[in-house]
Design a protein around this ligand. Structure first.
Ligand code: SF4
Ligand code: SF4
Length: 423
C-alpha cells in the first residue's frame, strides 16, 4: 500500500471520531432524503466506514452498496457543527478497499473506458456516435446531446489579448482540455468565457497541454492516476509561467468539479505550490475585480441549480449569484432545492437509476410550478445530466445555460462595440 493511501486511511479514521452523531447533516443529504435509510445518510456512512477501518465489519455487498450510493456532493460538510470533513472519510474507504468499491460500483467497460476517454480522437468519435449507438451510457449521451458547434481545437494553444481599448487587469490561464468529454462538448461556454474575460481586461492563455483534472479518478479511489494528472497540470502552469511571466489566476470555466479537484492539488502532491488562492471560477473572479462594460437586458425567467462542488468546496456560488443579479431584465425564481445535489456526478443515473429518479423528482415538480424559461447550471457535468433530464421528464422548453453564458448574452445585448466579433 502506498504512503498516500496509508495517509488517507489514517486521516479518514481520525475524522470519524469528530462526528458526534447529532444528525444535523441528514436533511442535506440527497440519498437520505430519497430513501430515509440511516445507512444512506452521512452519519450512517461515517459509522459504517469507522467500523470497516477498525476491522469490526467486513466489506459485505450491503455495505458497499450504501457507500457507493453516496454522490460525494459534500453538502453534509457544510451542515456539520463539528466540522467533520466527510470527503476524507469516504476517501479513506476507497483507500482501504482498493479497487473493491470501484469494482462494485462501476462496470468493467467504464473502468477501462476512462483511460480511453482521455484520448481526444476517441472523445470526438464517441461524441459523434453516442446519440445513435445502442448500449451507450446515458451520461455519455448527455454530453453528445448537449454538444456545441464551436471547435475547442480552434482556441487551444492561443493567447487572447484584452479586447481593444480595455484597461489591462492581469493574465489568466484557462483550464480546458481536449482530453475530457466535457470540454470537447461544451465549447460555447469556453468561447463565452474568453469573450467576457478579455472584455474585462484580462489576457487569457489557453494551453493545449492540460489533461483531465483528475476528479473522476479521485472519485473512484484511483489516487495514483489523480496524483499523476495533478503533477502534469502543475507542470503545464509552470511551463507557461516560464514563457509568459507571472499568472494572476487559473480560471476554471463553470465546472465546480474541476475547480474542487484543482483545490486538492497541493494536498495530493504533498507540497505548497502556492496557487490555491489563484484557482477561481470566471464569475467569482469578476465579482472580485468588478465588471466592465454595458450590461444589456436579458429578458428571461431563470431558476438555478447549484453545482455541489462550486458551493460546498470552492464556496463560489454566492459570487456567481451576485454577478448574474446585476443583469437587467433577468428574473430569478428560486429553486428551493437548489442547494441539494441533482445526482449528476460520476454516471450516477446509469449506476443507480432508481435512486437518481427519486433524487431528481422533487426538483422536476418545483420546476413545473415555477415555469422558468431557463435553468442556470454551474457545472459541465450537471449540464450533460440535465440535458437528459429535460428530455426524459418532459421539460423540453427549459433552456439550460451557464452563468458565464448569461453574462456573455448580456454583453452581446449591451452597447459594447466590437464585443460580438472578438471571437
Ligand atoms: S457527500 Fe452528499 S450524498 Fe454523500 S453523505 Fe454527504 S450529503 Fe450524502
Ligand atoms: S452533522 Fe457532523 S457531527 Fe452531526 S452527525 Fe453529521 S457528520 Fe456527525
Amino acid at each position: 500500500m502506498s504512503d498516500y493511501r496509508k495517509l488517507v486511511i489514517e486521516e479518514g479514521l481520525n475524522e470519524t471520531y469528530k462526528c458526534v452523531h447529532c444528525g444535523f447533516c441528514l436533511p442535506t443529504c440527497p440519498t437520505y432524503r430519497a430513501t430515509w435509510d440511516e445507512a444512506d445518510s452521512p452519519r450512517g456512512r461515517i459509522y459504517l466506514v469507522k467500523a470497516l477501518l477498525t476491522g469490526r465489519v467486513k466489506p459485505t455487498e450491503s455495505l458497499l452498496e450504501h457507500l457507493d450510493r453516496c454522490v460525494i456532493c459534500r453538502r453534509c460538510e457544510t451542515a456539520c457543527p463539528s466540522g467533520v470533513v466527510y470527503s476524507k472519510i469516504i476517501e479513506a474507504a476507497y483507500a482501504y478497499l482498493g479497487d473493491e468499491l470501484t469494482k462494485y460500483g462501476y462496470p468493467w467497460y467504464v473502468r477501462i473506458g476512462f483511460k480511453l476517454l482521455e484520448n481526444p480522437i476517441v472523445i470526438k468519435l464517441a461524441l459523434s456516435a453516442s446519440s445513435s449507438l445502442p448500449g451507450i451510457p446515458e451520461h455519455m449521451r448527455g454530453f453528445a446531446r448537449s454538444r456545441d458547434k464551436e471547435r475547442l481545437d480552434d482556441v487551444l494553444g492561443r493567447v487572447f489579448k484584452p479586447q481593444p481599448n480595455r484597461p489591462t487587469r492581469g493574465r489568466v490561464i484557462l483550464f480546458v482540455t481536449n482530453s475530457c468529454v466535457a470540454w470537447q462538448s461544451h465549447t460555447h461556454l469556453v468561447y463565452a468565457t474568453i469573450r467576457v474575460l478579455t472584455w474585462n481586461g484580462f489576457e487569457v492563455i489557453v494551453p493545449r497541454e492540460f489533461r483531465c483534472c483528475g476528479a473522476p479518478y479521485m472519485h473512484m479511489g484511483r489516487f495514483n492516476e489523480a496524483i499523476e494528472l495533478a503533477r502534469h497540470n502543475i507542470d503545464v502552469i509552470n511551463m507557461y509561467m516560464n514563457r509568459y511571466g507571472d499568472i494572476d489566476y487559473i480560471v476554471i470555466p463553470d465546472s465546480g468539479g474541476c475547480q474542487a479537484q484543482w483545490l486538492e492539488y497541493e494536498k495530493l502532491l504533498n507540497t505548497k505550490v502556492g496557487f490555491k488562492q489563484k484557482v477561481v471560477n470566471t464569475l467569482q473572479l469578476l465579482d472580485k475585480v468588478g465588471l466592465f462594460g454595458d450590461l444589456g437586458p436579458v429578458k428571461m425567467r431563470v431558476s438555478i441549480q447549484h453545482s455541489c462542488h462550486l458551493m460546498n468546496v470552492a464556496k463560489a456560488h454566492d459570487a456567481v449569484i451576485r454577478v448574474i443579479s446585476k443583469i437587467p431584465g433577468l428574473e430569478i425564481r428560486g429553486l428551493e432545492t437548489a442547494d441539494i445535489c441533482c445526482g449528476a456526478g460520476m454516471m450516477y443515473p446509469d449506476r443507480h437509476p432508481d435512486l437518481a429518479d427519486k433524487i431528481i423528482r422533487p426538483k422536476i415538480e418545483e420546476l413545473r410550478k415555477l415555469r422558468s424559461d431557463a435553468l442556470i447550471l454551474e457545472s459541465v457535468t450537471c449540464k450533460a445530466h440535465w440535458t437528459n433530464i429535460v428530455r426524459n421528464y418532459g421539460l423540453d422548453n427549459l433552456r439550460l445555460i451557464y452563468p458565464t453564458e448569461l453574462l456573455d448574452l448580456s454583453y452581446l445585448n449591451g452597447d459594447n462595440p466590437g464585443y460580438a466579433n472578438y471571437i
